[in-house]
Design a binder for this molecule. Sequence first.
Ligand code: AMP
Ligand code: MG
Length: 502
Amino acid sequence: MWNAGPVPAHYTGGVNAILKSDLLPGDWPNRFAGLGAGFYTSLGADPLPDPHWVAVSDDCAQSLGWPADWWQRPDWRALEVFSGGAPWPGMAPLASFYSGHQFGVWAGQLGDGRALLLGEVAAPGGSLELQLKGGGLTPYSRMGDGRAVLRSSVREFLCSEAMHALGVPTTRALCLTGSALPVRRETLETAAVVTRVAPSFLRFGHFEHFAHHDQHAHLQTLVDHTLQHHFPDCNSAAEMLATVARRTAELVAHWQAIGFCHGVMNTDNLSMLGLTIDYGPFGFLDAFDPGHVCNHSDHQGRYAYARQPNVAFWNLHALAQALLPVIGSSEAALAALEPYRAVFPAAMLGRLRAKLGLATEQDDDRTLADDLLKLMAESRADFTITFRRLAGFVPGTPNEALRDLFLDRAAFDAWAARYAARLQAEGSVDAERAARMNAVNPAVVLRNHLAEQAIRQAREGDFSEVQRLLKVLQTPFDEPAQAADAGFPPAWAQHLEVSCSS
Ligand code: AMP
Ligand code: MG
């Protein structure tokens, strides 16, 4: 395996520069490819014509163990490789088979319609797969063109890295390339390719695919593969399902706690590893509305913010059903889902306590938190800003900046008195509590208007805002240099609409 160690990052030439060309990263193992022909189609990407870089995540490259200048080394041909051109030796691109339920309805085969797995990197923290998204048609592209547009790719790139910095399990984004290639959506846009990174891109839908087609031998093979490589602590499909249920519960509690709305929680968009995957019409809550629907294509509000925990459980049932032929009994499959019922509320309560800066546990903490959320909803108080201002709460003072966020000041004062008493009961120290709270309540999240500004400039060929925003989002708990990054959305942002179109 290529090792970044011996080559100094500042090295610019000399004999080692020639040697470096031989030291492309990795020999590209691909354990998924080892599953055999019934699980994927091998095919190359359709390269973006005349590609250019849009952005690179140094942080993600570091997690791969790659040097900071990996993308600039002429002999690495990185721009070509990560825009769908001829891959590095050893990479063997493939499109995997998966199906799924979309908006609660069985949708048949869905993927991979525009993603190609390139292979794995033996990274310092464990094996990581690299995947191109938007690299052209596959046999499963259905009515699609196999492409991803710059707009949605900027959003996926930024949010993947933002979620990682927030501590939320997620697929990562290594880099983003673009091209003038026209792509038709509602309007004419241009194409881009995101390189995603994750220990595995296995989705619930991979298992549903083989269950639906009664390919039980394939299903068993996939379960064995997944157990061996991704759930080494589990001895059976039922144990694996229980672990997926727990991780999904933890994940969704984390989403709820930071006000993240996924937007398309179809079963093909849920990760077996409990990662946030498939950044499409996602959104972060601005003015708090539990019924907020971030995806304008979601007319029923199936994936509204407050429904995410129940939808995740619904999806887990679909996974349980898919695993039934391997697990053997529906009682055992249902029992494996039970952890969700306990883990989600416990994880949520833990995160709410942390958001309130509570260091101890009291029976009515949930009520205290819920009552604040209720007041926030009534006032449409900004989700992120409210919790950030709550960190500055000082009992016995007017707390004006916070109080101003609420329409019903008397109701807020009544809640504040309860909060003050609760803090006093545990001997809370204001400054210490504020520091704790500011480490869990982000100052900056990827609000639609922030992404939109970066997208508008990127469309003009100026990628500096994408890069700037990436840096800001990598330290989301720090007050940003530009206060507007942590501010209320501007009036024009109210008209932004985000749909499934990507
Ligand atoms: P999504 O709802 O974005 O997860 O998309 C559902 C499925 O549609 C994915 O599995 C993709 O493979 C496929 N898909 C989405 N957009 C395209 C596209 N432009 N071309 C081909 N396939 C696509
Ligand atoms: Mg998807």
